[in-house]
Write a protein that binds this ligand. Structure first.
Ligand code: ZN
Length: 274
């Protein structure tokens, strides 16, 4: 029994590293080499999943044994955030985000544009626990809804703690003023799926992708892509950022829609800081 539990934990870690940190199991992975038979197989014969047709989100759970959580999980992401029903938790501390200009590279992995962040200096601290930023990527329209409405896009900053736990910081993106710093990335958008990273010259100011106000919603959720593994700490910022319609359009041109529909809250609580 104990061996089985250990194995399933190892498998979960392997899937998370192989899946979320690189966006898809068929991508190059710079994360520590935690391997399992299942992961090795997934790398050799990646299971195709997508956002439409026979491999769309409602079929993810049937595509592969390891994707069952997508169908059976009870703590799945994204969710519809109802601000008026969020529980105020006065014990929650504001999120601490320490981001600084960093070297980054872009990959079009066929599901999104993923930006890998070099180094270990960018961190998110939640209730005293520190997570290091690994990568960020984009969804169109937003994956989380607020009162049943999508924002035009959503940005996911993916972090991992030393003990392997994942924390994702979600930022909603609305049409409006241009984000000048984003042009450093968007001028080099990889138009075609490829494993070869596009390295951005100089450094990218990560803070330019955060709103001024870091008040947030918090809940326990999952990866929003197969294998939909649970145990992910979600923080969705209440204040959106703006990009110009042209900047949003450039992403839409590559990915007309890459969002998983919202999932039932089940017995979970959505919290916000008091
Ligand atoms: Zn995401």
């Amino acid at each position: 029994m104990r061996t089985q539990l250990l194995y399933s934990r190892l498998l979960l870690s392997a899937l998370m590293l192989g899946g979320l940190l690189s966006g898809c199991s068929d991508e190059e992975d710079s994360a520590p080499a935690v391997t399992s038979g299942a992961q090795a197989q997934a790398e050799a014969h990646p299971v195709h999943w997508s956002y439409e047709g026979d491999t769309s989100p409602q079929h993810w759970g049937e595509l592969e044994e390891d994707f069952k959580t997508c169908e059976l999980g009870k703590e799945q992401s994204p969710i519809n955030i109802k601000p008026s029903e969020a529980t105020i938790n006065k014990k929650l501390h504001p999120v601490e985000v320490k981001y600084s200009p960093s070297e980054v590279s872009l990959v079009n992995n066929g599901h999104t544009v993923q930006v890998s962040v070099k180094g270990t200096g960018n961190t998110l601290t939640l209730e005293g626990k520190t997570y290091t930023l690994k990568q960020f990527h984009f969804h169109l329209p937003s994956e989380h809804e607020v009162d049943g409405k999508h924002a035009e896009m959503e940005l996911h900053f993916v972090h991992q703690s030393e003990d392997g736990k994942l924390a994702v910081l979600g930022v909603l993106i609305k049409g409006g003023a241009e984000n000048k710093e984003l042009n450093k990335l968007w001028s080099r958008l990889p138009q075609k799926e490829s494993k070869d990273p596009t390295v951005i010259d100089g450094t990218f100011d990560l803070k330019a992708l955060l709103p001024a106000d870091l008040h947030s919603y918090r809940y326990h959720g999952s990866l929003t892509t197969p294998p939909c593994s649970e145990g992910v700490q979600w923080t969705v910022l209440q204040q959106p950022i703006t990009w110009s319609e042209e900047q949003i359009g450039a992403f839409r041109h590559l990915f007309p829609h890459d969002n998983r529909p919202v999932q039932p809250l089940e017995s979970r609580t959505l919290e916000k800081e008091g």
